[in-house]
Design a protein around this ligand. Structure first.
Ligand code: DGL
Length: 276
């Protein structure tokens, strides 16, 4: 069981921000990643569709034999987490609670902002978790639906991205937040532009490292660390063009993605999945 990979998924390249953190924090672990590039963006789709996609991908990853699942997508975490936890027995980690915890540790004036996809913001998941963890802290939210396609296009530092960021974020600057949660795993790829528009006095929260830390703690608790001495592997699966995914992914991960496969989930036979 210990040398089985960690399964990670997202609607596209955004979840690679989490993979990058996992690789740094858990360098001995094998990773299998699924990026649903054919169906991205998730953030403008309805809850039942995102639940279905998340279920298909989780089943696929379990079929590949993973020991833990990391939902490296805020949108899927917001709408599908409880559903997946009910259906599958293995540990499942999401990105929302680690992000809120980190924001609470960072804020000084208890005024936090959250930006995310339309579906994440509408789900009010961040509000619910914050209410449970610290009801005194105020949260203002803003959906930024154009950010995901800009990232998928690789326009991390493009003038169009800067214009879009100004349009979305300028109103957030004036409401007194000192901390801004990047509530979508694609957004850390736009960190420079977002920081420029918000100003250096605002702390940006990228939950990737907090998620990697939580993953480490769970693997430790369950005695699931990979103890093999062999060089760990990372396999990437995508639902559309693997070349474009690898080009953008390599730019970001800073390493060659040797194993990128295209796969049609609908045709994959999901034998062996652990349904409860
Ligand atoms: N990166 C995902 C998230 O964290 C999904 C973005 C999308 O596909 O809309 O929300």
């Amino acid at each position: 069981m210990n040398n089985l990979p960690i399964g990670v998924f997202d609607s596209g390249v955004g979840g690679l921000t989490v993979v990058s953190a996992l690789k740094k924090m858990l360098p001995n672990e094998n990773i299998i990643y699924f990026g649903d590039v054919a169906r991205t963006p998730y953030g403008i789709k309805s809850e039942h569709v995102i639940k279905r996609f998340s279920l298909e991908i989780t089943s696929f990853l379990i079929d590949r034999g993973v020991k833990i699942i990391v939902i490296a997508c805020n949108t899927a975490s917001a709408v599908a987490l409880s559903n997946l936890k009910q259906r599958f027995k293995l540990p499942i980690i999401d990105v929302i609670e680690p992000g809120v915890n980190l924001a609470l540790k960072t804020t000084k004036n208890k005024n936090i902002g959250i930006i995310g996809t339309q579906t994440t913001i509408q789900s009010r998941s961040y509000q619910e978790i914050l209410q449970r963890l610290d009801p005194q802290t105020k949260l203002v939210s803003k959906a930024c639906p154009l950010f995901v396609p800009l990232v998928e296009e690789g326009w991390f530092d493009h003038k169009v991205t800067r214009m879009v960021a100004e349009e979305y974020l300028k109103p957030m600057k004036d409401i007194g937040i000192d901390t801004l949660i990047l509530g979508c795993t694609h957004y850390p790829l736009l960190k420079n532009v977002i920081q420029e528009v918000m100003g250096n006095e605002i702390s940006l929260i990228d939950s990737a490292y907090a998620v990697a830390q939580d993953t480490k703690e769970i693997l430790f608790k369950l005695n699931l660390f990979n103890k093999n001495d062999t060089i760990p592997y990372s396999e990437y699966y995508v639902s559309d063009d693997p070349m474009k995914f690898a080009q953008i992914g390599e730019r970001f991960l800073g390493e060659k993605m040797n194993m990128v496969y295209q796969i049609d989930l609908e045709k994959t036979h999901l034998k062996g999945a652990i349904y409860v």
